[in-house]
Design a protein around this ligand. Structure first.
Ligand code: ADP
Ligand code: MG
Length: 420
């Protein structure tokens, strides 16, 4: 098929029912259809999946989609199947399949029915699968969550590092890398590792103009301060992140005692309780969820009005992801981080048991968080700069939406804070 002849708007409507592309989608899709290596950096919720799904449905052959989470792959396969009358249009290939199921997948791919094949990176290392995939037409390989390649990313997975080697065996197929991780260091790692420094790169802005960023000193009154804030924002939904499960439980209890409807969420609770607490939050049976970072992946509640970090996050990446859960609907989203240097030392101690290389990266990432907490410049500018984005502090969207810009610290105030 000649790429000039394809009306991608028509295809978008036909498969997904949308009339418009979001942000950079159209450009990305044209690049993929043209068969170029393509690199996509878009914040979570930006619509990265469609960037490879639509070209996969349009192009000849099967697109391989590498994704780190089995649950996410299953969701996507179900979603694609619902767009078509053919179940075989999308498949997952993994170790949990029976021999019969694997044969069905192979048959559907060979007959040209399957447009999207989702695989976990560890499955793609299996000789048997690689041998088969070599024998069928592959339209391209999409690597979702491509930051897993980088040790500087928040979710490093060693298996991702072998992908380039395996893809090479499939012949000259284009590669599409996608990530929501915006730091220049991680991006460089991804491009180098996939050997595609020549890729067409599309980077969306990471600015979230409706989020208000604030850092408060963490004193012994932190709990009272949080309670006061929540009471001033009665009836609004919010998330409070803590470092430890113990802290999560303690804060949830304190909130409840003070008449605030709150539930705890952490990996120490059994799956049923976790699901129940998450549903209670989504259904607005409770206002507040107090959680470790185990909470939030894939949570799509549009009207979260505040995200409070009782303890500082491990990196600015995580901070951006976690605060990003506020104000998805474009409405108000207040992000408060409580900061004390003692917490930094605690985190450093935490990391000291880890291998040296990991420690070094961990410390460096943490130092950026410290710099963010201690800066007197625009926090938005600081965050976006960290993501390699130049933000105009005068005229940029949301320029006045942080504590430093609203109330520049005078020397006297700074002194008072130390004495307290
Ligand atoms: P990401 O992977 O970047 O976090 P997703 O691919 O999960 O984002 O998409 C986020 C949401 O945006 C999904 O609900 C998806 O259906 C929606 N979406 C994607 N593209 C469009 C579009 N062109 N028009 C409307 N909604 C879209
Ligand atoms: Mg995604």
């Amino acid at each position: 098929m000649n790429s000039d002849e394809i009306d991608i708007y028509k295809e978008l409507k036909k498969y997904f029912g949308f009339s418009q592309f979001k942000g950079l989608q159209e450009k990305v899709i044209s690049s993929i259809i043209a068969g170029s290596n393509t690199f996509v950096i878009m914040p979570t919720g930006g619509g990265k999946s469609l960037c490879y799904q639509l070209p996969a449905l349009i192009k000849e052959g099967t697109a391989i989609v590498v994704s780190p989470l089995i649950a996410l792959m299953k969701n996507q396969v179900d979603a694609i199947r619902s767009l078509s009358s053919e179940n075989g249009i999308a498949h997952v290939l993994n170790s949990s399949l029976t021999k019969t199921e694997i044969n069905q997948v192979k048959k559907d791919i060979s007959s040209g029915l399957t447009k999207l094949l989702y695989v976990a990176p560890e499955s793609l290392t299996k000789e048997e699968y690689v041998a088969f995939l070599k024998s069928v037409p592959i339209s391209f390989v999409a690597i979702d969550e491509a930051h897993c390649i980088s040790e500087w990313g928040h979710d490093f997975r060693p298996e991702y590092r072998n992908l380039r080697h395996i893809i090479r065996q499939l012949g000259d197929v284009p590669i599409i890398g996608l990530t929501a991780t915006a730091t220049p260091k991680v991006q460089e790692d991804i491009l180098k590792n996939l050997d595609m420094t020549n890729a067409n790169t599309f980077k969306a802005s990471f600015n979230r103009p409706n989020l208000f960023y604030e850092v408060r000193p963490k004193t012994k009154n932190v709990e009272a301060d949080i309670i006061r804030f929540i009471k001033q924002n009665k009836g609004k939904s919010g998330i409070i992140y803590c470092l430890s499960r113990k802290k999560v439980e303690a804060i949830a209890d304190v909130l409840k005692v003070n008449g605030i409807s709150a539930v705890p969420y952490h990996a120490g609770l059994d799956a049923k309780t976790r699901a129940r607490h998450q549903d209670m939050f989504l259904m607005e049976d409770v206002d507040v969820v107090v959680a470790t970072i185990a909470f939030g992946m894939g949570i799509d509640k549009p009207d979260v009005r505040f995200v409070i970090h009782h303890d500082i996050p491990k990196s600015l990446e995580s901070y951006y992801q976690e605060t990003g859960r506020a104000g998805r609907d474009g409405g108000e989203g207040h992000c408060i981080a409580y900061y004390s240097y003692k917490d930094v030392e605690k985190l450093e101690k935490f990391m000291s048991g880890k291998p040296v290389a990991e420690q070094e990266i961990g410390f460096a990432l943490l130092q950026e968080v410290v710099a963010y907490a201690e800066t007197s410049m625009s926090r938005r500018k600081f965050l976006l700069h960290y993501f390699g984005e130049d933000f105009d502090g005068e005229t940029g969207e949301g320029a006045d939406m942080d504590d430093n810009v609203r109330n520049p610290k005078t020397k006297v105030e700074a002194k008072e804070q130390v004495i307290q």
